[in-house]
Each structure stands twice: as C-alpha cells, then as structure tokens.
Design a protein around this ligand. Structure first.
Ligand code: BGC
Ligand code: ZN
Length: 382
C-alpha cells in the first residue's frame, strides 16, 4: 500500500499540480480552491485519453444549488467535488488511439457519464433510468472548473475555431437542443406537423437559447419573462425577431386566448406552478417541453378537470427533458454556427459577466445572484 502511494505521488510530482474550484457537498457555501495532481491521458483506457487545457467555464443555477448544499455529491474516495460542467477548452495532448481530435483543437465535453441501464449501454446516458447518475462537476465526478481535465475521446466534441469566443455557450445550448429535438421526435406521431407558433417561458440563458433555436427553425416565438421590458434580455429576444412579453402584463394563458394556442411550449423558468398555465396554453396536438430542475416542494391548486379534458380532447403531449448526449452537442455546434451567421454578434452579447482567474470564484458566485441584465457568468480560466 505504501509502495503504491509512493509510486502515485512520484508520478504526480512529475506531472505537476493544478488549481481547481471545489465544494464540500453537504456543506453550505463551501466553495474553495484545491490543488490536485494535473491529470494525464494515461488515466483513460485504451489510449483514448484527451487532455484538455480549460479556457472558460460557465456557471449556472445548478452550481448555485451545489454550493448551497442542495444538490451534488463528491466522487468516491473524495470529500470535495470539483465543480463546473459548462467547459470550453483546447486539446493539449491525446492518447495513441485518439483519431478524431488533435492538439490545438477547441473542444467541449459532455456532462453525464454512462450508468448501467439499457439506455446507458446504447450510449444514451441522458436517458438513463438508473437512480444514481454520474455527471461531471455535479454528481460523483469531478468537473471542469480547473486548469485541466482528461476524458475519453468519446465524450469530447470538437468546436470550430470560428466559435471560440462563444464555445462556452455550447453546454447550455445542448439542453435546449435535446428538448426541442425530443419534441419534434414525439410529433412524428402526427405524420404531418407544421408548428407555427411557439412560446418560451423564461428569459434567462436557457429561455434565450430556446428562443434562438426555435427562431432558427423559422417558428414565430413569444418569450415570456418576469421583468417589464425593455432590458437586455428583452432586447436580445427582439433581436431574434421574436416577441418579448412580461408576465406582469400578460400571462401565457391570456396570450393563448388572444392569439390562439401554441404548437410548442418550452418551459425554462424554474417556477413549477407555471407548468399548469403552460398546459392550458397549448394548441390542439401541441407539445409542452419541461426543462426546469425544481428542487423544492411547492404545491398549487389547479383546474384539474379542464386541463385534463383539453389534453385528452386535444391529443396534447408533455415531456420532461434533462441533460444532453453527444448528438445534441453536435446539433448545438451547428446551430451556434448558423446563429453566428444569421444573427452576427448576438451570442457574444450573452457573455455578460466574465470573471478572470479561478482564484476569483467568490465573484463568480456573487454574479450568479440573479440581477437584471445578467445572462452568462463565466470564468476565464486561461
Ligand atoms: C446541466 C445538465 C444536468 C442537469 C441535472 C444542468 O445544469 O446542464 O447537464 O443533467 O443540470 O444535474
Ligand atoms: Zn447546467
């Protein structure tokens, strides 16, 4: 045992150490810096290791919940969890079997790693039915808010150099891509489905990106936020040719009564009671996509008979969506590319709050406390 430990530490010393931002899961507000051995491509089997130098990492509500000790777990054998799941970096070294990537490529890694269900076995970890799941930077696996990380080639997606300024937006984009792709997949039941009008509930990062992806598909989009416009997010929505509405002025149900129901509704507010409004705002044959991870235990009274009747008589669907697999990262790369041509400069405007250096993790979290005009908070690691 001692011999093994000594061998590891000699190897670690040769490779050197790196800084990371970590939390102690279960301990509130425990975010801190840690020093850990720099990872190496040899940690990954079959020569498929890819060592990535981290350039930028975005943070979101999930990181906030993890630091509030409401969510997240450390990997086996560790007391701390290195956070960060919205990474963007550059390949520094590849193992001998790696074919799709080379040193200097810009990349983003997926978040969830395989479990044991049949869905994991066929490579669709985002659809796992396991109770425990493994997510880098979130649950049982270290994340990307570090100087380096290493992973299997299978989980690393190449980003074209032309997107390097906005590559940090890829992971949140994939959450939207999966939800919308699932909606379209479900709607194949209709043989012919020509969605005209969509509603996006929530004007935060996910709501903005959902508005973008639906506009790229040519839908007419109304995005609902809390604040009265104009402010940054409402301007960003209008720059896409979508309409912004404040729920202080009109609810999604009232909008549906006035304009007709929505063929697709994407819910991204984090406020679960609005789901029942969204159900009432759907058009016949419509599809409602739910993406908010709501950790609380809120209850609410709803017109159950009416909602149920309209769902039954209108052949409506509601689907939950979480995480995203490699295919949605690839879709995200395409949509971000199209967005940068169709709406030049728009994605850059989402990068509102850069924080320089891992050591400024406190500022990173301070910026996350929802103010108006905050879209994406991210760390410039290198
Ligand atoms: C991440 C997803 C993850 C989900 C639940 C989100 O913030 O972007 O990848 O599956 O949290 O942990
Ligand atoms: Zn996230």
């Amino acid at each position: 045992m001692d011999g093994v430990r000594r061998l590891i530490s000699l190897a670690d010393r040769r490779r050197g150490f790196m800084k990371s931002v970590a939390v102690l899961p279960g301990v509130e507000n425990s975010v801190h810096l840690v020093e850990t051995p720099k990872p190496s491509v040899e940690e990954i089997d079959g020569g498929r290791g890819v060592l990535v130098k981290v350039l930028r990492v975005g943070v979101d509500g999930t990181d906030k919940e993890i630091n509030a000790a409401e969510y997240g777990a450390a990997p086996d054998g560790f007391q701390f969890l290195i956070i960060g799941h919205e990474g963007f970096g550059v390949v520094e070294e590849v193992g001998p079997a790696v074919r799709s990537l080379k040193k200097g490529d810009f990349v983003v890694a997926t978040v969830r790693r395989p479990g044991t269900s049949v869905y994991d076995l066929i490579g669709t970890n985002d659809m796992t039915t396991d109770d425990t799941y493994f997510e880098r930077g979130i649950n049982l696996r270290h994340g990307y808010l570090a100087e380096y990380y290493v992973d299997d080639e299978e989980f690393i997606v190449k980003v074209p150099e032309g997107l390097k300024e906005v590559g940090v937006l890829l992971e949140p984009t994939t959450v939207v891509e999966k939800g919308i792709a699932q909606a379209y997949e479900i709607q194949r039941r209709l043989r012919v489905w020509k969605p005209g009008k969509a509603a996006v509930l929530g004007a935060g990062t996910i709501g903005l990106l959902a508005t973008l992806v639906l506009r790229l598909k040519g839908l007419e989009v109304i995005t609902f936020g809390l604040e009265k416009g104009p402010y940054l997010n409402s301007e960003l929505i209008e720059a896409l040719g979508a309409t912004y509405e404040s729920t202080k002025e009109i609810s999604v149900v009232e909008a549906a009564e006035k304009l007709g129901g929505f063929d697709l509704v994407f819910e991204a507010t984090g406020f679960s009671p609005i789901v029942f409004d969204a159900m009432q705002a759907l058009a016949k044959n419509g599809v409602l996509v739910l993406s908010s991870v709501t950790g609380g235990d809120r209850t609410v009274e709803v017109p159950a008979d009416r909602i149920n009747l309209d769902f039954v008589l209108g052949n409506k669907v509601m689907v939950g969506t979480v995480n995203a697999n490699r295919e949605y990262f690839e879709m995200g790369v395409k949509d971000l590319s199209q967005a940068s041509l169709q709406f030049p400069g728009w994605l850059e405007r989402l990068l509102t709050h850069p924080v320089k250096g891992l050591e400024n993790y406190e500022e990173l979290f301070k910026n996350l406390t929802n103010g108006i005009d905050v879209v994406k908070v991210f760390c410039e690691v290198a």
